[in-house]
Write a protein that binds this ligand. Structure first.
Ligand code: ADP
Length: 631
């Protein structure tokens, strides 16, 4: 290397050293960390500008002072000791390592910092460079995470339902107080063993399969599990994900449904007991009442000796009150049956007009007594079918029309009208009666709520509309009410309707040809049904109809004057049809209004059963067969 080359190389090296110094100076001046140089005795030799930003001290406030001024008060006086410890080969607390400490700000408050100290040897001197990074934001974030975690823990522990978390690997990592209590363990680690004891055979596998399904599709799953000790828990399981989106655990919230299930079983038992009681009471109450009614009717019709006028009145009163009581019992029993889900309706297409007319006819006497006019405005073209259970639909009509008469004024009006839509028909019962206050309309269908009518002389139990509403709902119909106090009310029911009747039209148009007179004894507790039958019989001049309410009365009557044929409502059959027939006296018998769903078997060829709703044509054909064809 020639001189020139050496010179150049030296100059280059100098340039390089100078350049590096400048870099370091810039680095120290612009670093977002406080950098301090201290000597062996702890005196600050230099500090970069960020020290001011971080701790508020001016350069001159630091240089020449002992680094102790930056330490929290409790560490004062210890720095020298730390340094000495280090220099004599003892334990290094921050030198060469780095740790979280607190530095004192010029205004006295403490700033969390990360402190890293390194040692530099300059000639024979040893100096130390301290680098402090601000941890305020991190500390604050960590504090708030801790706070939220504590809050969450408190909330989860306050939940009365057992909650636990199980990692996908199977390890339980969290369980709240309710969970450890319910399982009977002290801590979350004991959960796995406790569950193994409590779960029935195959239970673990089922739950694992559910967990697998949850992990696959992410949708929360719900299941019930009954433990070996008899408790049943409802479980809701949800997947927990890492921030990156990967699932890693499942949280299960359990609900001990045992008390509820036990209460439900008790309620079912109580309901069953109520139904049994009601069906027993139905028999116990209705049988003697029907007897009272039947004998009252016999007395009223008695001719030799005929009753005196006052006796007639008394008997008529007995009969009327008995009928009222029977209607009441029927309503209450209906409601009980509906509530117990034990009422079976058989909707079918049935001609609408005759049903409205029958309902109106059956209530004309009541309207007459109350001096209320009752009429319909049915168009002549109304000859289609409505889709209802015919018996129950008539019950609905009778209830609405009788209310319209009852809650009316002397001289008032009740009108039954129809409004046909595309596939439905609305039957409206409008009255000019007392009306109902708007704020009471919502309570109208509550059982036993008479909306203060109990303070009047108007008879009732407040059950009719409750039954009506339930029946309408079960027949997929609708009921609406509008009313104005002092002006009247309108109750409107809507059902499916088809304009062209496909149902056989009963009564006079029926092609059956009886040639001799016959007496028919009809055993039917429902007065409306009796009336319906009486209407049909008016068109059959050779047939005489007598209606009674119950079987024993029918048997008594048949003993003295045997009829040609018994017609028995399915509702009164308390035995097989064959046995009832032999009790009544071996005459031909027609069982009417048999629910479709029920199969009635009879071995006798003198018994015919007709499903509900019975058509006049079917009835005529059955009578023809039993009374003349077969004879
Ligand atoms: P009930 O007539 O036996 O009291 P309902 O269940 O049939 O029972 O009717 C409940 C109540 O609704 C009646 O007590 C009466 O206050 C009121 N209500 C029903 N229909 C009418 C009506 N058409 N006009 C005025 N009030 C009525």
């Amino acid at each position: 290397m020639d001189n020139q080359t050496i010179k150049k190389s030296c100059t280059d090296k100098q340039c390089a050293v100078t350049g590096t110094d400048a870099h370091y100076q810039a680095l120290v001046a612009s670093a977002a960390a406080a950098i301090l140089v201290i000597d062996e005795s702890g005196v600050i030799i230099d500090a970069n500008p960020y020290t001011h930003t971080l701790l508020g001290y001016d350069h001159r406030q630091l240089v020449g002072n002992n680094v102790e001024c930056l330490m929290p008060p409790e560490h004062e006086g210890k720095h020298q000791h730390y340094l000495m410890q280090y220099l004599t080969g003892g334990e290094a607390k921050v030198i060469g390592t780095g740790r979280r400490v607190k530095a004192r700000h010029v205004d006295g408050h403490l700033v969390p910092v990360h402190l890293a100290v390194s040692e530099v040897q300059i000639d024979s001197r040893r100096e130390f460079i301290g680098i402090m990074s601000d941890l305020s934001a991190l500390t604050q974030a960590q504090a708030s995470v801790k706070h939220e975690r504590n809050q969450l823990k408190t909330i989860i522990n306050a939940i009365a339902n057992p909650v636990f978390v199980r990692e996908l690997g199977g390890r339980y990592t969290m369980a709240n107080h309710a969970c450890v209590q319910a399982v009977g363990v002290d801590n979350v680690e004991a959960l796995a063993d406790a569950f193994a004891q409590l779960l029935p055979k195959g239970g673990r596998e089922t739950l694992n399969a559910l967990d697998h399904q949850l992990t696959m599709n992410g949708e929360p799953v719900h299941t019930d599990v009954t433990l070996n000790d008899g408790r049943t828990f409802k479980l809701a399981k949800t997947l927990i994900h890492h921030l990156e989106g990967e699932p890693y655990a499942i949280v299960t919230v359990a609900y001990d449904a045992t008390p509820l299930l036990n209460a439900m079983k008790d309620a079912e038992r109580a309901n069953q007991a109520k139904s049994d009681f009601l069906s027993a009471m139905s028999h116990e109450l209705r049988t003697p009442l029907n007897c009272v009614l039947g004998y009252a009717q016999l007395l009223m019709n008695a001719t030799s000796p005929a009753l005196e006028a006052t006796q007639q009145q008394y008997v008529a009163q007995i009969h009327q009150s008995g009928r009222h009581l029977l209607a009441l019992i029927n309503d209450v029993l209906d409601l009980a049956k509906i509530e117990a889900g034990k009422i079976s309706l058989n909707p079918s297409w049935a001609p609408l007009r005759p049903m409205i007319c029958e309902a109106i006819d059956s209530l004309l006497p009541l309207a007459h007594r109350q001096t209320v006019s009752l009429r319909h405005t049915l168009p002549d073209t109304l000859n289609g079918d409505i889709y209802v259970d015919a018996t129950r639909f008539k019950q609905v009509l009778i209830n609405l029309i009788s209310n319209a008469i009852k809650y009316n004024h002397a001289g008032g009006r009740v009108t039954v009208s129809t409004r046909q839509q595309a596939e439905t028909i609305t039957i409206a019962v409008t009255d000019t009666g007392i009306g109902i206050e708007q704020d009471k309309l919502s309570a109208l269908f509550e059982p036993f709520n008479r909306l203060a009518a109990e303070q009047t002389h108007i008879e009732g139990a407040g059950v009719g509309l409750a039954v009506t509403q339930q029946l309408i709902a079960q027949m997929q119909g609708e009921i609406t009410v509008s009313s104005e106090v002092g002006k009247g009310s309108c109750f409107a029911v809507t059902f499916p309707y088809r304009g062209q009747s496909l149902t056989e039209i009963a009564s006079s148009s029926t092609p059956f040809t009886l040639t001799q007179p016959h007496r028919v004894l009809f055993i039917e507790p429902d007065v409306a049904q009796q009336r319906l039958m009486a209407d049909w019989f008016e068109d059959w001049p050779l047939l005489t109809l007598t209606c009674v309410h119950d079987l024993s009365l029918a048997a008594a009557m048949a003993h003295t004057t045997p009829p040609s044929l018994f017609m028995v409502s399915h509702a009164v059959l308390d035995d097989t049809a064959d046995q009832v027939q032999s009790r009544l006296g071996e005459r031909p018998m027609i069982v009417v209004n048999v629910p479709d769903t029920e199969s009635m078997q009879s071995h006798s060829d003198s018994i015919v059963t007709l499903a509900s709703p019975v058509s006049g044509a079917a009835l005529g054909r059955a009578m023809q067969t039993l009374l003349e064809d077969r004879a």
